[in-house]
Each structure stands twice: as C-alpha cells, then as structure tokens.
Write a protein that binds this ligand. Sequence first.
Ligand SMILES: Cc1ncc(COP(=O)(O)O)c(C=O)c1O
Length: 357
Amino acid sequence: MINVTKTFLPDKQKYMDYVDEIFANGWITNDGPLLKRLEKRLAEYLGVKHVVLVANGTAALEIAYRTLDLTGEVITTPFSFVATTSSLVTNGLTPVFADIDPHTFNIDAKGIEPHITPFTSAIVPVHVFGNACDVEQIENIAKHYDIKVIYDAAHAFDVKFKGESILKQGDISTLSFHATKLFHTIEGGVLIINDDALVEKARYLINFGIEDEESIPELGTNAKMNEFEAAMGLCLLDDVEMLIQKRASIYERYKSELKDQVVLQELNEESTQNYSYFPVVLEDETQLLKLMKVFKDNGIAPRRYFYPSLDTLSYIEPKQVCKLSRAVSKKIICLPIYPSLESEEQSQIIDILMENI
Ligand SMILES: Cc1ncc(COP(=O)(O)O)c(C=O)c1O
C-alpha cells in the first residue's frame, strides 16, 4: 500500500548507540540529557531562542494556551487537523472560526477583525501544509487589540519567512513531531517561545506545575518527552536536510505535471517551503470520491486532509458556518509524498489522477 506518508526511520545502529547511552545514564525521562541536547540542537537548527520539547503537538497547543493564560474566545481556522480546535475546547476556550482564503487554505486575515469581541483573548492560526500565514497582518491586528497569537505550526518545520524562521512569529509557535511528520520523535511536539519570562512557566506546566521539591506555583499537567523519543529526534536531525531535498524533487515533479490539471495551493511568496504535503483541489466531492476509489483499487491511499471542516464538529457551540472551508475540505486530497516514494510510484499516482479527472 502506498500511503499519503511513510515514517522515516534512521540508521538502526545509530539509534541503538543512543539507546546504549540511555541505559548507561540510567535516565529515561524527566528532562534527561538527550532531551536537553535535542533542545539545544533544535534551537540552533531552527534559528530560534527557546525550545521546549513536549509529549505531542496537541499537548504543545494546550501548554501554549495555559502559558499565556487564555480565556473566553479564541479566533481560529476551521481548516486544520481536529487538534487545533479540540485543544481549545478541552481547555474551556470557545473556538470562533474565521473563514479561510480558498487559495492559500490559511485563515483569511481580513476576516479576523469582525470576530473580535471583549471576550477574545487570542488568535490561533495554522500555517496550513507549511504555507506561511499572513503573519504581518495578523500581528497588526493582535497588537491593535492587545491579544495573543499562537501559531499552530505543526506543518512548518524549517519554514522561513523573509529569511528568518517562521516560528519566531506570534507569542508562541507549536509543532507536532508525530511519526508522520517531516521531522519526528515517534510521538512528540515542541513550543517555540519568544518571551524569556514565559519559558520557565511552560516548563513547570509540562511537569505537573512543579518548580522544585517545595514549590508548585502552577496548575500543571504531565506532558514530558522521554529519552527514547529525544534519541529519535537526535538521529533525524542529522538527516532532515536530505529528507527535505528528496521531498522537494517529488513536489516539483508533481507540480510540473499537474499544475494545469488541478488547482494547487497558492504559496506565500515571501516564505520557503518544506514540501511536507502535496494538496490538490478537485472539481467537486463526486470527482474526489471516484478518484479515491480508483486510487484504493490500485493500492494507493491519498488522504482527505483536512476533512471535515472543523466548523461542522458536533461539540462546537455556538454553531458556526464557514462556507469556504467547507467547500475546500470537500474536494481536497493530499497525494502521497515521502522521501522513499519511487519514481515509478510517482508516475502511477500522476497517471491515475490525470485519467480520472
Ligand atoms: C495542524 C495540526 N495541529 C496539531 C496536530 C496535533 O499533533 P499531535 O498528533 O502530535 O498531537 C497535528 C497533527 O497531525 C496537526 O496536523
């Protein structure tokens, strides 16, 4: 089966050398030496100041909301993975959806302001498929209304905006390091925090709110990353540039052969790409369903991503309708893209698509 992605596993011996080190240290979780090494290397690699590793990308979002003391309403996008919204709801926050730009698939910054009320405490945009949001306009709005910005940057590993890491934007950016991601730690996530004062608070929050043996200043949770996960990250960091290059060549081939056949994502021209996903927009859901069946019959599994639009979730109150997000989510799929996808497999995917649209 050719899936939409395939987990990259590093050289086994290299990983085993780290496992030997973990056994020699006798330290398997709780701010271990490998985790500290990974935080330092990631900060250098990404060109950011503070990196706080956590158990997964969902926990990273939740810790970000709690670090910034969000309350009331949060303006976010309906076109994302469910965790962007569900993490708000589980923290007692009300998601208020601003519809998307149907070309970039990101929150339409022009649509944010009308949703701001005295109860709005933050904006949570997503750099969808690694495509940078309109960060300057979002920053202007946040400054004007004195509200926070947390970027769900789960897809934006290594993306740069105007030559600098996109992760420096907003108050906090979060990433997912799940096994399906470009860079992964099996399960894992990270907070990129720009304000020095907030880093310490986030570190308490991921460790039950504990500061030291005598003091528990915050209401915390358990969101720690362990040493085996950090070891995976240390291995992958050596390979990540090569992984991005391999994805780039598949991405460019798909683009050159498909750009006149299907609608592609409109990319932010001031930012770089990491080639994590290759979304294509089809004519309608009927065409999508027919195509998905042909792919499946041929052992290929593109993904309906993101579907359904999050404004349709049953647990969202008050009910909201985002027409553009609903329309896009019904007719978009992500084609398989991962470093070991063979040239013949790419040809097969392209041929099936061309023949069935
Ligand atoms: C946009 C987005 N946000 C959040 C998450 C949640 O990350 P995790 O699966 O690591 O909890 C994901 C995961 O796929 C995602 O794609």
